[in-house]
Design a protein around this ligand. Sequence first.
Ligand SMILES: [Zn+2]
Length: 108
Amino acid sequence: MPDRIKYLGSSGHTRGLLDRRHLKRSKHFYNTWPWLRLRREYLAAHPLCERCGASGKVVLARHVHHRLEVRTAPELGLDVANLEALCVSCHNRHTCVEGHRLHRRMDT
Ligand SMILES: [Zn+2]
């Protein structure tokens, strides 16, 4: 029985093929040297969360966020103007808002 669960979990037949392709493509991007180097340089130049900074808070940035997602605008993946340094909570909040929006769109 555990083998069967493992098999079903790794095959992922229930997910959409297109979704998986998108995921694979953006995952690949995040493992490339140009991105890893740019991310490190961006965080060195912008060590504080830009959104918290806008409201006067000083919080260390942990994520380099793409304002336009790589899967929707791959040509902007290495464009510094499309990047934003975010702390963990701002990054999570953004992810939650995006998820919520998607959920609402599916509801209506
Ligand atoms: Zn923040």
